[in-house]
Write a protein that binds this ligand. Structure first.
Ligand SMILES: NC(=O)c1ccc[n+]([C@@H]2O[C@H](COP(=O)([O-])OP(=O)(O)OC[C@H]3O[C@@H](n4cnc5c(N)ncnc54)[C@H](O)[C@@H]3O)[C@@H](O)[C@H]2O)c1
Length: 274
């Protein structure tokens, strides 16, 4: 496949999880990929495994963004795609969430992409245009309990997507957002470990682990009764990064097994058991 042949892409948070899946799919599609993450050991391993490059980057550090873009300009001479995938999750009831935790989440999940877009725009423009792919969440569309910071950050990222699309269409730059209904269990378990006592019953964490490990699968809560995989979300990023989506900007693609289609309730005897 060569859907991304000749394109140079930065993928933040590409060391593991959905980001690593995006890196793999991009390389498979012919792109040259630079993983930018804070998980250096894991990032190096993923880079070797996927035939991509790794650079340390804290997405909240504006100077580091500028240095990364300078590096990409000097080594590759161009940039075609920026994937803002890096994020953190904080699970806690709103009344227990400190302003420090709220701020920490917004810094990574919203200000990080803002800084990345700002730093990458000059090189994207010099390259004749490009595609910015933000990775949001179903929490960019609706809320989930105990995610006041995370849901706020992901709604804001969806808003940022629209503004970038409007302001930079004139530069042949498109900006879209993928909204996964699922991702790596590591993100959820790390958040749960941080504030587990405040999270109601730990149901979401149990579900993440049981489904990812292939153990007992809980009752379906969505029409497509399985957990989304990195590959499900990565192919949406490939589409938005490729020229196939050249008329597509400022839009969101929700990939959640139909979770947001409407009420998923049984009407006994009429359809669920048919
Ligand atoms: N895990 C889920 O259930 C879920 C659900 C919906 C959407 N998402 C979204 O999918 C995307 C990928 O998440 P994931 O599920 O693969 O989780 P993950 O925790 O496995 O991956 C996130 C990556 O971001 C990196 N990162 C965190 N802070 C960073 C920083 N300051 N600078 C640079 N890199 C940083 C991490 O090191 C990690 O490699 C995220 O945007 C997340 O919000 C995840």
């Amino acid at each position: 496949m060569s859907r991304l042949a000749g394109k140079v892409a930065i993928v933040t948070g590409g060391a593991r999880g959905t980001g690593a899946g995006i890196v793999e799919a991009f390389v498979e599609a012919g792109a040259t990929v630079i993983i930018a993450d804070v998980l250096d050991d894991r990032g190096q391993v993923t880079a070797v495994a996927t035939n991509s490059a790794y650079r340390h980057l804290d997405v909240t550090d504006e100077a580091a963004w500028i240095a990364l873009v300078d590096h990409v300009r000097s080594v590759h001479g161009r940039l075609d795609v920026l994937v803002n995938n890096a994020a953190i999750l904080h699970l806690q009831a709103l009344v227990d969430t400190s302003v420090e935790d709220f701020d920490r989440v917004l810094r990574v999940n919203t200000i990080g992409p803002f800084l990345g877009i700002k730093a990458c725009l000059p090189l994207l423009i010099d390259s004749g245009g490009g595609s910015i792919v933000n990775i949001g969440s179903v929490d960019s569309i609706s809320g989930t309990p105990c995610t006041s910071a995370y849901t706020s950050s992901k709604f804001a990222l969806r808003g940022l997507t629209k503004v970038v699309a409007i302001e930079h269409g004139k530069h042949n730059i498109r900006c879209n957002i993928v909204c996964p209904g699922g991702g790596s269990a590591e993100m959820v378990m790390e958040a749960f470990a941080r504030t587990g006592a405040a999270f109601p019953a730990g149901e979401a964490a149990r579900r993440e682990v049981s489904v990812d490990s292939g153990a007992k699968v809980p009752p379906p809560d969505r029409p497509i009764a399985r957990r989304g995989t990195a590959a499900d979300f990565a192919m949406a990023a490939v589409y938005f990064a490729s020229d196939e989506s050249s008329f597509c900007s400022g839009t969101e693609l929700v990939i959640d097994g139909g979770f947001h289609s409407g009420q998923f309730v049984d009407v006994p005897g009429l359809w669920m058991r048919q």
